[in-house]
Ligand binder design. Structure first.
Ligand code: DGY
Length: 328
């Protein structure tokens, strides 16, 4: 008998076909209040699930007694209670690496858009205000030859460092749990304390995964440590920033501008003060959202699912201590 899996996110037909070769699939293009009880019903005897963002905790796992593997279609896995999954011998997999270059493109886009005020000027042109030469009050600031501070030098951070070093002649500072020799040797990145990075950078890019240690990593004190001319970029998770402190820093000129791809909660609340600030560029969490990369992420997640249920080690298993178990 084929194992039963739930795919709870829209994926390309080719990905679905690949999973169907070895699994019986219950497919939800997305989960909502209409189909959630149907999802829970299917979960009771599901061996694997694949999707993104769903909180997988004790109470959900109590309803999934056959579960062997959880596959995130994302590099981040802050939605997973990893300790609980490991305790229950359930494998968890994510999709690292395949999205690095795409997310790095998004981050460079945010840096440039915020520095050169592109959304504001786009609006200026489209609303017919371009009837005179651009006044100085619309000028932005340079990106090239500036100092870029990267907090979290993993695969995405390194891809940003590559662009910044080779494309923009930027000096790179970084702060990370461990040193990244490649980033140092190839892209000239200098390791430093968080405080030094905040003091010296013209652009501060936050790219850490969300963990208990990184929650609200950027707060009042950290924004105060940044230059008044600096631009803050967040492409990690909304919760890594104390949003009130960010709003305060922007409103009081403690920093110049921000580029944000992530919020807490998502979708962002319509009355969030950040949305009415001209010096804030906002995106709807699209770091990895290109056709090609989302396909590659979904395919990698599917490969994890199929491998795990076949009894092999999933290519990007998160918890190395949880050994693969074949289906009974
Ligand atoms: C990721 O892969 O973690 C991106 O942020 C999309 O969720």
């Amino acid at each position: 008998m084929k194992p039963k899996v739930i795919v709870y996110k829209k994926v390309d037909q080719k990905v679905l076909e690949y999973i169907k070769q070895t699994c019986d699939v219950v497919y939800f293009e997305k989960l909502d209040s209409q189909n959630y009880s149907e999802f829970l019903h299917a979960l009771k005897d599901a061996h694997g699930i694949l999707g993104v963002g769903l909180k997988i905790d004790n109470s959900l796992l109590d309803q999934a007694l056959q579960l062997k593997i959880v596959c995130n279609v994302s590099v981040g896995y802050d939605n997973l209670d990893l300790l609980e999954l490991s305790k229950r011998g359930i494998m968890a997999a994510n999709t690292p690496e395949v999205l690095n270059e795409t997310v790095a493109d998004t981050i460079m886009g945010l840096i440039i858009a915020a520095a050169r005020r592109m959304p504001e000027l786009d609006d200026w042109v489209k609303t017919g205000k371009w009837d005179a030469n651009l006044a100085e009050k619309w000028f932005g600031v340079d990106v090239h030859h500036k100092v870029l501070g990267i907090i979290g030098m993993g695969g995405i951070g390194t891809a940003v460092a590559k662009r910044a070093h080779f494309g923009f002649d930027m000096d790179i500072l970084y702060h990370n749990r461990s040193r990244n020799p490649d980033a140092e040797q190839i892209y000239g990145a200098t390791y430093c304390s968080l405080e030094e990075l905040l003091n010296q950078s013209d652009f501060v890019c936050l790219m850490t995964p969300l963990t208990p240690e990184t929650e609200k990593l950027m707060g009042k004190r950290e924004f105060e440590q940044m230059k008044e001319s600096a631009i803050f970029i967040n492409a990690s998770r909304g919760k890594t920033v104390d949003e009130e402190a960010l709003i305060h820093a922007l409103q009081n000129g403690e920093i110049l501008a921000a580029g944000l791809d992530v919020f807490e909660p998502e979708p962002v609340k319509k009355d969030n003060p950040l949305l009415s600030m001209k010096n804030v560029v906002t995106l709807p969490h699209i770091g990895s959202a290109t056709m090609e990369t989302r396909f590659n992420m979904a395919m990698l997640a599917a490969e994890n699912l199929v491998a795990g249920l076949r009894g092999d080690v999933p290519p990007t298993l998160i918890q190395s201590e949880v050994h693969t178990k074949s289906l009974d």
